[in-house]
Design a protein around this ligand. Structure first.
Ligand SMILES: [Zn+2]
Length: 290
């Protein structure tokens, strides 16, 4: 064994095995499995089956699961929903939270499988779970898969963001929000032609940390200088004063035409895009722990 390698391995043993490595191919494969469940709107059988798969996979990767079932008030009536929450305790008493949604938009008459919108966030969080399974972190780490991000009918203050509004309120009641060092939401981050906006409702401090990491890792071209305001699952937390941000590419196909359409399919995604975002998140976690 070359000496450098021996030193590195010894270093890992001392620091706690093993450095987390995010695989874009792994995230893409997870996304493919998720998309195979078909259209997954809130309340559907497919979403419930996907939930079973997510829990099984996360448990097998060694994560502790936290129950988060709730009843959402929707234009279609009361609906049982469930956020999937994987958790690992650190020592600092603080928490870093990675979030994304796992439902797809309810579109009667349209075969909408949401490869990018709903699929990519789920696949990326699963690969993060795999990459982090043996890494030790100082802060508590939460991986949260939100139900009901999409509006059942029309986007409004009371329809859409069902899972994140529920969790923000729950954590506020439980006094947990103050412990959150950062909450990073991902959405539509699998596009082959990835360009992530500087989302203006997000914490500026967090955005500048993440953009700095992206530049250092050589992914600067995918993290744009352009600004835009997007309402997403980070908003209920932003409104309660949490340092939160949204990573989203809201330019999907010519004129955004793949968004919420039958064209949102696996062939539009790439492992390289998922890998850029995943690696930036892992490095951001490291820097948040310094
Ligand atoms: Zn959507």
């Amino acid at each position: 064994m070359p000496r450098l390698e021996a030193i590195l391995i010894l270093g890992w043993v001392v620091a706690g095995c093993c450095p987390a490595q995010f695989s874009g191919a792994g995230a893409l494969e997870y996304t493919r499995k998720v998309v195979e469940f078909g259209p997954r709107p809130p309340g559907s059988k497919a979403l419930s089956e996907l939930r079973g798969y997510l829990k099984k996979e996360l448990r097998s990767l060694g994560w502790q699961m936290v129950e988060d079932r709730f009843t959402a008030s929707t234009p279609l009536g009361l609906m049982a929903m469930e956020n999937i929450m994987a958790f690992r305790r650190g020592k600092s008493g603080k928490a870093v939270v990675f979030t994304g949604h796992y439902d797809t938009k309810r579109m009667p008459g349209v075969h909408f499988v949401g490869a990018n919108d709903g699929g990519s966030s789920t696949g990326l969080l699963l690969e993060l779970a795999r990459a982090l399974r043996r890494a030790q972190s100082r802060h508590d780490v939460y991986l949260v898969f939100f139900d009901g991000e999409e509006a059942l009918e029309h986007w409004s203050a009371t329809d859409g963001l069902h899972g994140s509004r529920h969790l923000a309120a729950r954590w506020q009641r439980e006094g947990k929000l103050e412990r959150i060092e950062a909450l990073i939401n991902v959405d539509m981050i699998g596009d082959r032609e990835l360009g992530i906006l500087r989302e203006t409702n997000s914490s500026r401090e967090l955005v500048s940390l993440i953009w700095g990491v992206a530049a250092d890792l050589g992914y600067g071209s995918r993290f744009l200088a352009e600004y835009g305001a997007i309402e997403d699952d980070h908003m209920p937390f932003v409104r309660l004063g949490v340092k939160a941000c949204d990573l989203i590419d809201f330019d999907y196909g010519p004129g955004n035409q793949y968004w919420h359409s039958e064209e949102d399919t696996m062939d539009k995604l790439s492992a390289a895009s998922l890998e850029a975002v995943g690696r930036v998140l892992l490095e951001t976690l490291k820097r948040l722990e310094r």
